[in-house]
Design a protein around this ligand. Structure first.
Ligand SMILES: Nc1ncnc2c1ncn2[C@@H]1O[C@H](COP(=O)(O)OP(=O)(O)OP(=O)(O)O)[C@@H](O)[C@H]1O
Length: 286
C-alpha cells in the first residue's frame, strides 16, 4: 500500500480498503463437508474517492473473484473488505445497495424495458416500498444518461441495442444509483477503440466530479497505465500490488507479469513492443 494513503482521525480510510483478504470459493460437498478453493491470500490495497483505480492481471488471476468479493457478492474467506471504514460483510444488503454500484460482465435480459426504464431501476435502492420516482429521482436518471452520452438512446428498447450501447446503459444505471463506490468488471470489453477511451475518460471525470471511488478491472493495460490514478496488479502468483501506474511500470512489475516471448513492456513509453535486441540476434526468449 502507498504510504500516502490518508486516514481520518479515527484511522478510517475513505473509499475501499482491503485488509489481509483471502478470496476464493466455498462449495458444499456430500456429508456436509465444505470444499474451499483459495484463489489469492493476504491481499492489501486501497482505492480512494476521487480516483480511478484499474485492476489488472493475466487471465485467471482472480480479478472477477476480487471484484465480486469487494462488492459483497461473495464473502471474503478471511480478512476484511472495508467501505468508508465499514466491513462489507456487516452492512445490510439494502444499505450496501445505496453505497456500491456494480456493473458485471454477465449478460442481462430485461425484457421489453426501454433504456430509460432500465436506468431508472438504479434508483430502486433509494425508494421506499411502492414509491414512485420523485422529480429528484428522474433528474438523477437524466443526469446518468447524459453522463455516459446515452440520452439519445433513452426511448430505445434495451434488447435492441448494440453491445457498446448496452455497456453505456448499464454504466448509466450504476451511476443513477448514486453510489460512493462504482465497480465495473471489464467495462471496455465490447467497445471499439474510441469508445473505450471515451468510457474510461468518463469514469475518470466522474470519479473527480462526484468524488466517487471507481474501480474497474480491465485487460486494456496500456490505456489503464495512461489514465488511471492507481492500479491494483494481481499477478499470476496471485500477489496484489497497489501503486501508481508510474511506480508499477518503473518497478518492473508490469513487465514481469505481462512480457511474453518477444513482447516487452517499455516503462519509458508505457507500451508493449517487440524486443528489437531479441529480433536482431534471433534470440527467442520465451
Ligand atoms: N465458482 C467458482 N468456483 C471455483 N473456482 C472458480 C469459480 N469461478 C472462478 N473460479 C476460478 O477462480 C480463478 C480466478 O478466476 P477469475 O474469473 O476471478 O479470474 P480473472 O482474473 O477475472 O480472469 P479473466 O481475466 O480470464 O476474466 C480461476 O482459476 C477460475 O477457474
Amino acid at each position: 500500500m502507498n504510504s500516502d494513503d490518508p486516514a481520518n482521525s479515527d484511522g478510517v480510510v475513505n473509499g475501499v480498503e482491503l485488509r489481509d483478504v483471502t478470496i476464493g470459493y466455498t462449495r458444499r460437498r456430500a456429508l456436509r463437508k465444505r470444499g474451499i478453493t483459495e484463489i489469492a491470500t493476504g491481499l492489501d490495497a486501497v482505492a480512494r474517492p476521487g480516483e480511478l483505480t484499474a485492476l489488472v492481471g493475466p487471465n485467471g488471476a482472480g480479478k472477477s473473484t476480487l471484484i465480486r468479493t469487494l462488492c459483497g457478492l461473495q464473502p471474503a474467506l478471511r480478512g476484511q473488505v472495508l467501505i468508508d471504514g465499514d466491513d462489507v460483510s456487516s452492512v445490510r444488503p439494502a444499505d450496501l445497495a445505496t453505497r456500491i454500484s456494480v456493473v458485471l460482465t454477465e449478460r442481462i435480459d430485461p425484457g421489453l424495458l426501454t433504456v430509460r426504464e432500465l436506468v431508472a431501476l438504479g434508483r430502486t435502492p433509494h425508494l421506499s416500498a411502492g414509491a414512485r420516482l420523485s422529480p429528484e429521482d428522474n433528474a438523477a436518471v437524466d443526469w446518468a444518461l447524459d453522463a455516459v452520452g446515452a440520452t439519445d438512446l433513452a426511448s430505445r428498447q434495451f434488447s435492441e441495442l448494440s453491445d457498446g450501447q448496452r455497456q453505456r446503459t448499464l454504466t448509466a444505471r450504476a451511476l443513477a444509483q448514486d453510489p460512493s463506490l462504482l465497480v465495473l468488471d471489464e467495462p471496455t470489453s465490447f467497445l471499439d477503440v474510441p469508445s473505450r477511451v471515451e468510457l474510461v475518460d468518463v469514469l475518470r471525470r466522474l470519479a473527480v466530479e462526484q468524488n466517487l471511488a471507481v474501480i474497474m478491472s480491465t485487460h486494456e493495460l496500456e490505456l489503464a497505465l495512461r489514465v488511471s490514478d492507481r492500479m491494483w496488479l494481481l499477478d499470476a502468483d496471485r500477489t496484489l500490488t497497489c501503486d501508481s501506474p508510474a511506480a508499477l511500470a518503473e518497478s518492473g512489475r508490469i513487465g514481469a507479469t505481462f512480457d511474453r516471448g518477444r513482447m516487452r513492456f517499455d516503462p519509458r513509453t508505457l507500451v508493449f513492443d517487440l524486443d528489437s535486441v531479441a529480433l536482431d540476434s534471433g534470440d527467442s526468449r520465451a
